[in-house]
Design a protein around this ligand. Structure first.
Ligand SMILES: *[C@@H]1O[C@H](CO)[C@@H](O)[C@H](O)[C@H]1NC(C)=O
Ligand SMILES: *[C@@H]1O[C@H](CO)[C@@H](O)[C@H](O)[C@H]1NC(C)=O
Ligand SMILES: *[C@@H]1O[C@H](CO)[C@@H](O)[C@H](O)[C@H]1NC(C)=O
Ligand SMILES: *[C@@H]1O[C@H](CO)[C@@H](O)[C@H](O)[C@H]1NC(C)=O
Length: 556
């Protein structure tokens, strides 16, 4: 909805395991939520299959902290100090650290850089877009407001040793979705570019800049952007680090997702607690007098730049806008500023109403189903605060659940959707399947090595005895891509994280055979946003039968 990665989602069946009740630990400083709200949340977590949810509600100068369920199944309870990945809520920190780094750079170098400065003037020749005009004109503000014109390309970047600078250098090789500045198109890579801006201007790791600019001044001492640092907080007994889960409705079980460990933290790398995140929300509510930011800086971060072309998140709202790491809108005539976050295993939201001195942070250790709980708790608490009549409230739990169910059904029906008229028997492949095995290359998406493998048991391929062409990809998350043969050169590409999650996708793929009768390339609709215009991502086969391996692009 208002979040990060391509979420193809889930929830059906009614198998409830776990999800506890009763003995949650409340804030040491403030009472938790009232009994009616607590009972509502406990029942909601059980219905929606979410292991734990921690919440902070800000009302005026009061902060109410509470936590529900299990940070680690089956018996480690969540508390307001439990650590979670916050996904795209990280973007607000990246945007703020850009302002901090600009201010410091200007002071030290007597310069006048602003958010209107061009990315090329800061990043040099590393920064180039597929389009020359965009290369010379794109600014910090364009990257921060998702108007660079690129589709997400979330499986193009990441993996061991892949740096933010590598991501910046890869942009020129990616397809465009729209003209530069023509429309809003959510782009995690834009925030990796901003990470590199912070690191270039400051000469430091972005995590150190976040700490100096934000976390230390606000006393956010359980907030990090590095997995090792989070494990250290846990080891030292400062804060329990939750496991992230995906609920699998097909098996009725929770599957643990590996923690992501990437250097590309600008779009979504922050790990924190609701208690710490509430301090960040409060800084925006109160204008942040304890921070090295001026009121003008806060205004820059939250002033709308783009209208999102993504519909409304729920009823009674204005269109959703985008500022810099925050989404402003109005809800029932109140100004509301929010951002959500979804990564494998986690779902989050932070929000505030600046004119009402009300704010919230909610973190869960479940993707997709976590989104149901996050949306429902957020809207309920906001409606409670605004005194909205029960009869006038939207059942966002139902609409989010329906959306997830629909996505699951659509995922399972992908074969029929994309290939409605396959001949029976199918047209044979041009070449024996072994000829399709090998290394392939695309300058933007880099290497893909296809091997013959049995299908994953959680992929709904039709013929389970026929091997698939499988790539194990180390990207921002480790993932697998499995090409199921359909007919002739047509395949269906199933993509998922290593542990099945609701973030999976299925898209058509097709091989091309060259004049020489050998496999030449494979095209895959890796960018679903480009399916309507028929643009596949093409990978050329780089190892011929003569065993010669191409070295092209090795220096990306
Ligand atoms: C919190 O707000 C209340 C009501 O506005 C005020 O009376 C109280 O002094 C405030 N407390 C602090 C610690 O600022
Ligand atoms: C991703 O896969 C690589 C290679 O198998 C492994 O070393 C790494 O730990 C994996 N990363 C995660 C987060 O699971
Ligand atoms: C996290 O920090 C550790 C220890 O400083 C370091 O070795 C590691 O490379 C960092 N991880 C990333 C992804 O930057
Ligand atoms: C499934 O694949 C195997 C191996 O390619 C093949 O022998 C078999 O006929 C296929 N079964 C069906 C029902 O298509």
């Amino acid at each position: 909805m208002w979040t990060s990665f391509v979420a193809l989602c889930v929830l059906f069946g009614r198998i409830a395991t776990c999800v506890p009740s009763g003995d949650q630990i409340r804030s040491d400083t403030k009472a938790g939520l009232d009994d009616e709200t607590r009972q509502y949340i406990e029942a909601l977590l059980e219905r929606s299959h979410v292991p734990s949810l921690s919440v902070a509600v800000l009302k005026g100068n009061e902060t109410y902290l509470d936590a529900f369920g299990h940070a680690i199944l089956p018996d480690t309870l969540a508390t307001p100090d439990t650590l979670y990945y916050v996904g795209s809520c990280s973007k607000s920190f990246t945007a703020a650290s850009v302002l901090y780094a600009l201010n410091n750079y200007n002071k030290a170098h007597d310069a006048m850089l602003t958010v209107e400065s061009s990315l090329q003037s800061i990043l040099g020749a590393d920064f180039a877009m597929p389009d020359d005009y965009a290369t010379s004109h794109a600014t910090i503000k364009d990257a921060a407001s998702h108007r660079l014109g690129l589709p997400r390309c979330d499986v193009s970047y990441g993996g061991k040793g892949f740096t933010a600078a590598d991501a910046v250098r890869s942009l020129r090789h990616l397809p465009m979705l729209a003209e530069f500045r023509d429309r809003w198109s959510y782009l995690n890579l834009g925030y990796t570019v901003l990470q590199q801006v912070v690191q270039t201007l400051s000469g430091r790791w972005i995590g150190d800049v976040h700490r100096e600019a934000i976390w230390e001044p606000l006393g956010m001492d359980s907030t990090v952007v590095n997995l090792t640092d989070a494990l250290e907080l846990d080891r030292a007994g400062k804060a329990k680090f939750s496991y992230g889960y995906s609920y699998n409705p097909l098996t009725g079980s929770f599957e643990r997702q590996p923690w992501s460990d990437s250097e590309l933290v600008g779009p979504g790398g922050v790990i924190t607690s609701v208690k710490d995140l509430a301090k960040w929300v409060r800084a925006f509510m109160e204008g942040g007098s304890s921070l090295p930011f001026s009121p003008e800086d806060f205004a820059t971060l939250t002033t709308p730049i783009m209208v999102q072309n993504a519909g409304q998140p729920f009823g009674h709202t204005s269109p959703l806008l985008y500022a810099m790491g925050w989404m402003p809108l109005t809800y029932r005539d109140e100004r509301l500023i929010l951002h959500g976050g979804d990564v494998a295993g986690y779902s989050a939201i932070m929000a505030f109403m600046p004119d009402r001195q009300w704010g919230i942070s909610i973190l869960t250790n479940s993707d997709a189903t976590g989104g149901i709980a996050v949306n429902a708790v957020f809207l309920k608490l906001m409606d409670d605060f605004l005194g909205v009549e029960q009869s006038d409230r939207e059942d966002i739990e139902k609409s989010t659940t329906d959306r997830i169910n629909f996505a699951l059904v659509a995922w399972q029906a992908s074969r029929q959707t994309f290939f409605p008229s396959i001949p029976d028997p199918p047209v044979p492949r041009s070449l024996p399947v072994e000829k399709y095995v090998g290394r392939y290359w695309n300058d933007g998406f880099r290497e893909m090595e296809l091997k013959l493998a049995p299908p994953r048991n959680d992929t709904p391929v039709r013929n389970r005895t026929e091997p698939v062409l499988r790539a194990d990809w180390q990207r921002w998350l480790n993932m697998t891509l499995e090409l199921e043969w359909i007919s002739g050169e047509q395949h269906l590409a199933w993509g998922n994280t290593e542990v099945w999650s609701l973030l999976g996708f299925a898209v058509p793929a097709e091989f091309k055979i060259g004049d020489d009768g050998e496999v030449k390339s494979v095209g895959i609709f890796l960018e679903p946003a480009l399916i309507p215009q028929g643009t596949m991502i093409w990978f050329d086969k780089t190892d011929g039968d003569d065993g010669e391996s191409s070295q092209q692009g090795q220096d990306l």
